[in-house]
Write a protein that binds this ligand. Structure first.
Ligand SMILES: *Cc1c(COP(=O)(O)O)cnc(C)c1O
Length: 415
């Protein structure tokens, strides 16, 4: 008689984990308030402005610029930082596609660095290896909410005259050495998309301490207008990347609730980190000393198949899901530079990388070599999604029990 649920045994857990998004009457009241006011757009209302102020303050930044998505926040940040055609921007190969598309849509060139095997964040050593005389900037990603090694990245940037733009799209409330992320370099981008911890379905925010950057960024997301200018005066190329008052009202409610939510996720993550680390072959992602707070957007761990008789990651995850541990999956499944977008250079009019020379020849993304990213994608990384961390003690114990059960019975899956 098999024990594992994937083989017909009883699952560890049959009830679902907390759903996401979480909401209550406060969101309903906030939306109703905006609807009834008749002020639905930011040109009429004050919710977007209020959110810009409050969110920037929460992230220890002087200015916030609300944007329609995290993707557009990255794009707005690059343009407000005055990126130029042909600029090379170094980013981790282990990230969401938007980090790269924001650069491509600036007529600039994504260049990939590998990740650190302990933290899965961009490796400063690897960044150093891909700096050329065309390098313009570095885009660290605070993956899963774990801050990247900012002191080392900022000092590399200072040494080479580079701009640092943080992809903080998973890092609301994450701190590096006691300071909130986002404005640790020139600027940072956040997302309020539906899977994120602060959400209005879609939305985003740029934060910065630089007043001129802030002015350019506001202008870019608002059709190239200028502060104090006429409605039909356009001083630069921009677009309509505005957030609505309805979205801002919802995110404001969630920001108020956020300290309590982040504390719950952190407590859940601490429990899992301690307990899962005791299981042979399961290595929760490291928490370096410079991390003083993490959003815990994902609970990432390294699965070492050697301790499970070589069982492939995909089957391990299927078995974990069958035990009732959902949502959990294998995360990004190929390094970003291996996406067809980059290998085949499917770029529409943003086709600069079909001509751009990187180290003496036209850039070819199949030449990039990032073994740690490769390993994380293929065989190692397991992501437990953030709503699992909101579970009660029993829900958390069930996660540990499921991992222990798999460790004890993996041979059932090896036939
Ligand atoms: C979510 C996310 C984005 C994009 O944000 P959207 O709001 O979905 O456009 C960018 N980078 C990372 C790392 C993300 O997780």
């Amino acid at each position: 008689m098999a024990k594992l649920a994937l083989k017909g045994g009883n699952p560890v857990r049959s009830s679902p984990y907390p759903a996401w998004p979480y909401w209550d009457d406060k969101e309903l009241e906030a939306v109703r308030g905006v609807i009834e006011s008749g002020r639905w757009g930011m040109a009429q209302g004050d919710r977007v402005k209020e959110l810009e102020k409050r969110f920037a303050a929460y992230q220890d930044a002087s200015f916030g610029i609300a944007v329609s998505s995290g993707t557009n926040a990255l794009r707005a940040a690059l343009l407000a930082a005055e990126i130029q055609t042909g600029a090379e921007v170094i980013m981790p190969a282990y990230t969401f596609v938007a980090t790269a598309t924001a650069v491509l849509e600036s007529n600039a060139v994504p260049v990939f660095a590998d990740i650190d095997p302990e933290t899965y964040n961009i490796s400063p050593e690897s960044v150093e290896q891909v700096i050329t005389d065309k390098t313009w900037g570095i885009m660290p990603v605070h993956l899963a909410g774990l801050p990247a090694d900012m002191d080392r990245l900022n000092s590399l940037a200072a040494r080479h005259g580079l701009v640092v733009i943080e992809d903080a799209c998973q890092a609301w409330g994450s701190q590096y050495k006691g300071r909130e992320v986002g404005a640790l370099g020139k600027a940072g981008a956040f997302s309020f998309q539906s899977s994120k911890h602060l959400t209005a379905g879609e939305g985003g925010m740029v934060v910065t301490n630089d007043p001129d950057f802030s002015e350019r960024c506001h202008s870019f997301v608002n059709c190239g207008r200028r502060t104090g200018g006429a409605w039909h005066e356009h001083v630069r190329l921009g677009g309509n990347y505005r957030l609505t008052e309805l979205q801002a009202a919802v995110v404001l409610v969630q920001l108020e609730r956020y300290p309590e939510m982040i504390a719950r996720r952190q407590a859940g993550a601490k429990f899992l980190r301690e307990r899962l680390a005791l299981i042979d072959g399961i290595k929760p992602i490291a928490l370096p000393d410079y991390v003083t707070s993490t959003s815990c957007h994902l609970f990432m761990l390294r699965y070492e198949s050697g301790a499970f008789g070589g069982l492939p990651k995909a089957i391990f995850i299927k078995a974990l899901n069958a035990e009732g541990i959902r949502p959990a999956h294998g995360g990004y499944y190929i390094p970003l530079f291996k996406q067809p977008l980059l290998l085949e250079k499917n770029l529409g009019p943003y086709d600069l990388i079909t001509r751009h020379e990187f180290r003496g020849q036209v850039i070819d993304y199949s030449d990039f070599d990032c073994p740690v990213t490769e390993r994380a994608c293929e065989s190692e990384a397991v992501w437990l999604l953030q709503n699992l961390l909101l579970a009660d003690r029993e829900g958390l114990e069930d996660i540990v029990r499921a991992f222990e059960k798999l460790r004890e019975n993996y041979h059932e899956l090896l036939e």
